[in-house]
Structures are given as C-alpha cells and as structure tokens.
Design a protein around this ligand. Structure first.
Ligand SMILES: Nc1ncnc2c1ncn2[C@@H]1O[C@H](COP(=O)(O)OP(=O)(O)O)[C@@H](O)[C@H]1O
Ligand SMILES: [Mg+2]
Length: 231
C-alpha cells in the first residue's frame, strides 16, 4: 500500500522530527521503500536517513527519491508556524488534498500536553479543516507524564481534534550497552540527552528493557488500522 504521512503541528519542540524519524525507522523495518520530504530547516530527518544508509549499506536502496519507487512518503514539517523555510503549510495541505484523490494520505499530529500546544492544535485543525478536510488525522500523544493536568489536556486535545488517537509516548528511553571489566552492564538515557544519529538509529535493535520499544510497537500497530480506514 502506498501511503503519505504528513507529520504536522505548527509549533516547535512537540516531537514532529522525533516521530518522523520513528515512522521512517518503522517503515524501513517493514522493508518498505521510503521517500522523505524534510521541510524542517534543521534537516534532521534527512541527516538521520543519511546516517541510517551509512550504517545499513545493504538496505540503503530502501531510501528512494521518486514517486514511482516509493511505498511511502514521510513529510516532516516546519519547526514553527512562522518559519519561512520551504513550502508553506497551507500549500502543502492544498497539495496533499489534491493527492488524496488517488493516494492514501494521513496527517499525524504530535501532541505534547501543554497550554501552548492546545493553541497549536487548534491552529492545526483549523488549517486542516480549511485545506484538507477529508484527510484522516491521527494524534500521537508525546511525552505524557501521567499527571492529572496531562489527563485534562489530553481530553481537551481529543475533543478539539476529533482525531484517532494512535498512541502514547512518554519520555523515550533507549538502553545503551556499557561494558565494565569485560562484563556487559546496562545503563539508560533519555533521547533528549542522546544523539539521534547514534542511538535512534539502533533503537529498534537494542535489547531494550525500557518502555520506548513497547510504546512505539503499540503506535505502529494502530498505524496499520489508521492506514487502512477509508479516507
Ligand atoms: N518522547 C520523547 N522522549 C524524549 N525526548 C523527546 C521525545 N520527543 C521529543 N523529544 C526531544 O524533544 C526535542 C524536540 O523534539 P523534536 O522532535 O525536534 O520536535 P519538533 O520537530 O516538533 O520541533 C528533541 O530534543 C527531542 O529529542
Ligand atoms: Mg522538527
């Protein structure tokens, strides 16, 4: 199945790039041919993909650069609503609306529980309703802390968006193997502290004891359903 994912939220720091990377990694793990479109001026998704290709030369042909070759296109979007780099969100949404006549297009909304993020979600939904009302939307709740205020904000986000909740990510934890006097011991760090281009590349290969793999596995499972519902 050919699918386009637009990872969209007109606010920086909510997890768009992180989720774009996780999505790309997921599709590559499924041996899908992936094309990326990185509209974030920091180009971190692109850098991650380049690094992944270097580390996985035997699978590097899964990264493609044409519409005909791809199974899926993953679009990471701008860090903020006012960023002038690349195409505007409005233009992307208009284009996606046109493409959705023939292709499976899905919008993924990373939501980080917070007051500012509620505002950004409202803006995102307004833009979607205006330019791409028929494209299905799925929310990934990012960095949930399980606090009462989070629960309230998540309920508000669900109500505002009327979107499918694809799953929850708390602070992602990847385990790194540390050898001590020849013996393997385990240590963990959060992704905020580790380099995306190192541990993120291998996060699915880790002998992970943490929640990261389990949490993502749930999201990945709900993606299948999300991709198959008629748009
Ligand atoms: N679930 C998470 N757990 C730990 N760190 C995270 C998580 N999501 C995002 N981060 C970190 O938060 C920062 C902002 O995330 P990023 O994906 O770059 O957001 P955006 O692309 O929306 O600006 C990055 O340093 C990233 O590593
Ligand atoms: Mg980003």
């Amino acid at each position: 199945m050919k699918t386009i994912f637009f990872v969209f939220m007109p606010k920086g720091g909510v997890g768009k790039t992180t989720i774009s990377i996780l999505l790309t990694a997921e599709m590559l793990r499924r041996n899908k041919a992936v094309q990326i479109l990185d509209i974030d001026r920091q180009q971190e998704l692109k850098m991650w993909v380049d690094e992944w290709c270097t580390l996985n030369p035997d699978k590097a042909n899964l990264i493609v650069d044409s519409k005909n070759e791809r199974d899926c296109l993953i679009i990471d979007s701008k860090p903020g609503a006012d960023d002038q780099f690349g195409a505007s969100n409005d233009d992307i949404l208009k284009t996606l609306a046109a493409w959705s006549q023939e292709q499976t297009v899905r919008v993924i909304l990373p939501f980080l529980p917070g007051k500012q993020e509620i505002k950004a979600l409202r803006v995102a939904i307004e833009l979607l309703d205006q330019y791409a009302p028929t494209i299905p939307r799925g929310i990934i709740i990012n960095r949930r802390k399980n606090s009462r205020i989070d629960t309230e904000l998540i309920a508000e986000a669900k109500q505002i968006s009327n979107a499918t909740v694809l799953g929850y990510l708390t602070d992602l934890i990847a385990y790194r193997e540390i050898k001590c006097e020849g013996k393997a011991v385990w240590q963990y760090e959060t992704t905020a502290a580790i380099s995306r281009f190192d541990d993120f590349v291998r996060v699915f290969n880790f002998r992970s004891k943490g929640d990261a793999t389990r949490e993502w596995a749930k999201v990945a499972k709900s993606l299948d359903q999300f991709m198959s519902v008629p748009g």
